[in-house]
Every structure is written in structure tokens, then in C-alpha cells.
Design a protein around this ligand. Structure first.
Ligand code: BGC
Length: 412
């Protein structure tokens, strides 16, 4: 057996959530409206989810027992600013208590300012597709920075603009449920870029000591046959539109936006073959690599892809946090193996010189997985939906052992 694989001093071990995944009772946002319109494919309700709005203290205590020293969460815009320009002091105080609790438990809070949910008033005005959307978001950003900034360890402005715009305006799986709306898709991305840049400036001014980043989703697009030029072209074009947003006349890589650190959300990838018939999909036929295991989401599971994604960030020369990574699996066994393998790949990326400083597993708890409701199990901790009882899964204990040791055991 080889020597153990140690992680750098001060490495952050955490889990990631968004408010709507876990809180419950989130009734003033577009996802609640979407749910009432039948948008959740399983017919599930995001209320009460994990009831974490009330149970956050016990949940954080459990994560601390699992040796987490950081936690990524989002503050819910629709609670804090229930109507345009009106802020609710009681909700701000709630999140103060949440962040204080994390601090008391010894976990560094990474706070996401937009993770897929928007207030109903904002969505009714066209949401992120409307011109001026970024200006409507900024008062919330400022207010949160002013009132909670002293407790925040990292800001994460936006979660996955690319997935958000794709699912809401092209695929119809997220609110507003539009399909094939390419104009809307581009407007959302352009407005989110403006929002991120403005938020970056404001946060740097108001809380200069707190690093600001963005969580960008990297779905790898690989040529089905690397020897075929047409497949290489189809994969490269698919990757181009996955990774970029409009910045004036050009499409800029999201990871080139102003940031103090880079947040990487990575789950999977696809093989891409050129197909002349798939005009609407950019001539790309996407499929899973034959022979690889798949998660319950039917996403290919290949831990080595994380290293590739991390390697691609190295030239940018910034600290990197894996802000989400995990697998949907009702059986926990694959998750235990996945964790060991994927963290081994992360360790290799560090040996290669990528400045990775933390890993946030998605997710702490089995939770409300957007349009898939409770059918997808991403958690290290199971939640009984009837009783709200929590049960740490073997993968949770495995993660705890690795986090406590700051190391992976040597390879057999
Ligand atoms: C999102 C999470 C989501 C996860 C699994 C990411 O795209 O940031 O909110 O639950 O993937 O689908």
C-alpha cells in the first residue's frame, strides 16, 4: 500500500445546498408558482423539504460531527426582499442566526446569492430575461453584504448561470418553463453577467476581506470519435455554448469573469457525435460513454473527469473550490466508491499544480431536487420525509473519516 494522500493545510471540507433544496416553507418565489402550475415532474412539493429553516441547528451539529469545516448555502432572496425594495428584518435576522450557528460550530460559510430561485415580484417582471434585471437584484446583494457580511467567509454570486438559463428558457424544466427561447436564453446570460460583475464590485467595496466567486457548472463534452474532425467540431461547439456567456459582441468564458476564486460545479459529461439531422441541437448527438456506470439521473459516472475540469482552470491562476460534486444514487454503495475515487482525482489535480483549496459535496442531505422532487438522492445523510429523522449514510461516515484525517488512505 502506498503512503497516504494528504490534502493541503487548511483544506475546506463541506457540503453544498441551496435554500429551496432544504428549507421548506419557501412560498414567495418562482419555484413555488412553478410547483403550483404542475412543474414538478414527480408531483412532489418543496414544502417541507428537509424543514431546515427550523432544524438548521441540529443539521449543522450533525455536519460538524462529520468533520465538515465549511458549508455552502444560499440565502433566499424572496424571503429577504418579499416585494421590490422592501426588506424583511425578521428574515435577515433568521439568516444571521444561521450564519452565527455555522460560525459557532466551526464551519466557514460560503454564501450563494442566487441559486435558481427568484422572488415572485421579480419573476413577474420577466425575471433574469428582462432588461435591468441585474439592477433589480443589486439592492438585495448590497443589503445582505451590509447586514450579514461580517459572518460570511466566501461569497458566491450566482449558481450555474448556464444551467439556469438552459433549463428555464430552452428545456422548460425550470421556471419560467420556456422551451426553445434562444433570445430569452441569451438575455438571461447577458443579464447574469452584468449582475455578477456589478455584484463583484459592490461586494469588494462593502466586504473587502471576503473573497468573491461564482459557481460555474462544467459538463464535459468529449468527441465521440476523437479521430473524426466532425465529432471534434460538434463537441467543441457544444462545450463553447456550455461554458460561455455573451459579453458585448463576443462570448466570454464565465470563468474569466472578475472573481477572487473559481467555483467549479462538476457532475458528468457526454460523448458528442456530429449529426447532420440535429440542426436544433447544434448538430450534436450527445450520449453516455458505453460501459460507464450511470447515476440515477442517467448521468455517466467517471471520477477522472473532475481532474480534467480542474486542470482546465489552472492557467487562470486563481484559487479553486469545488463548489458542487456528487451523484444521485438511492443505493449508497456507489457513492462511497465515488467519493474515494473522485477525491483521489482531486488530490492528483493538486499534485499537478491546481490550487484547489476546498471541496463541497452535493449534498449534505437527501433533498428537494428541483423538477425531480424527492426522486433523486444526492445526500450523505438520508431524511425520512414522514418523520424528518436524519440518518447518516455510510458515505457520510466515509466523508467524515477523510475530512478528519485531511487525507485519503494510500492506494491498495
Ligand atoms: C445545481 C444543484 C442541483 C444539482 C443536481 C446543480 O446543477 O447547482 O442545485 O441540485 O446540480 O442536479
Amino acid at each position: 500500500m502506498n503512503a497516504e494522500r494528504r490534502f493541503p493545510e487548511g483544506f475546506l471540507w463541506g457540503c453544498a445546498t441551496a435554500a429551496h433544496h432544504v428549507e421548506g416553507g419557501n412560498h414567495n418565489c418562482d419555484w413555488w408558482e412553478f410547483e403550483k402550475r404542475g412543474g414538478i415532474l414527480t408531483g412532489d412539493s418543496a414544502d417541507p423539504a428537509c424543514d431546515q429553516y427550523r432544524r438548521f441547528r441540529e443539521d449543522f451539529a450533525l455536519l460538524r460531527r462529520l468533520h465538515n469545516n465549511a458549508h455552502r448555502l444560499s440565502v433566499e432572496w424572496s424571503r429577504i426582499e418579499p416585494s421590490a425594495g422592501e426588506f424583511d428584518p425578521a428574515q435577515m435576522e433568521h439568516y444571521r442566526q444561521v450564519l452565527l450557528e455555522l460560525r459557532d460550530q466551526g464551519m466557514a460559510p460560503m454564501v450563494t446569492l442566487h441559486h435558481f430561485t427568484s422572488p415572485t415580484w421579480f419573476a413577474k417582471g420577466g425575471g433574469w430575461a428582462a432588461s435591468g434585471a441585474h439592477e433589480a437584484w443589486l439592492p438585495f446583494v448590497r443589503r445582505v453584504a451590509e447586514e450579514l457580511g461580517d459572518l460570511v467567509a466566501f461569497w458566491c454570486t450566482l449558481n450555474e448561470p448556464n444551467i439556469y438559463a438552459y433549463q428555464g428558457w430552452l428545456a422548460g424544466e425550470f421556471p419560467p418553463g420556456r422551451r426553445g427561447d434562444i433570445r430569452g436564453f441569451c438575455s438571461v446570460l447577458a443579464n447574469m453577467r452584468r449582475g455578477h460583475e456589478a455584484a463583484y464590485g459592490e461586494l469588494a467595496r462593502l466586504t473587502p476581506a471576503v473573497p468573491v466567486g461564482i459557481a460555474q457548472h462544467k459538463w464535459l463534452m468529449l468527441p465521440a470519435n476523437p479521430a473524426r474532425r466532425r465529432d471534434r467540431f460538434a463537441a467543441a461547439s457544444a462545450q463553447f455554448f456550455m461554458d460561455r456567456w455573451p459579453a458585448g459582441v463576443r462570448w466570454q468564458r464565465v470563468v474569466e469573469a472578475p472573481c477572487d476564486y473559481l467555483g467549479l460545479n462538476h457532475y458528468s459529461g457526454s460523448l458528442v457525435a456530429f449529426s447532420a439531422r440535429r440542426v436544433g441541437e447544434g448538430f450534436a448527438n450527445r450520449f453516455n460513454p458505453p460501459g460507464l456506470p450511470v447515476s440515477d439521473f442517467d448521468w455517466a459516472v467517471e471520477p477522472r473527469w473532475l481532474r480534467i475540469c480542474l486542470e482546465q482552470l489552472r492557467p487562470l491562476g486563481k484559487p479553486v473550490y469545488v463548489t458542487e460534486n456528487g451523484i444521485a444514487a438511492i443505493d449508497d454503495g456507489p457513492r462511497v466508491r465515488f467519493l474515494r475515487d473522485v477525491l483521489g482525482q482531486l488530490w492528483l489535480a493538486i499534485q499537478d499544480g491546481v490550487d484547489v483549496r476546498g471541496y463541497f459535496h452535493f449534498s449534505s442531505h437527501d433533498n428537494f431536487e428541483w423538477a425531480r422532487g424527492y426522486s433523486m438522492h444526492f445526500g450523505l445523510i438520508g431524511v425520512d420525509l414522514e418523520t424528518q429523522e436524519r440518518t447518516v449514510k455510510p458515505s457520510g461516515w466515509e466523508y467524515a473519516r477523510i475530512a478528519q484525517a485531511d487525507a485519503l488512505p494510500g492506494e491498495e
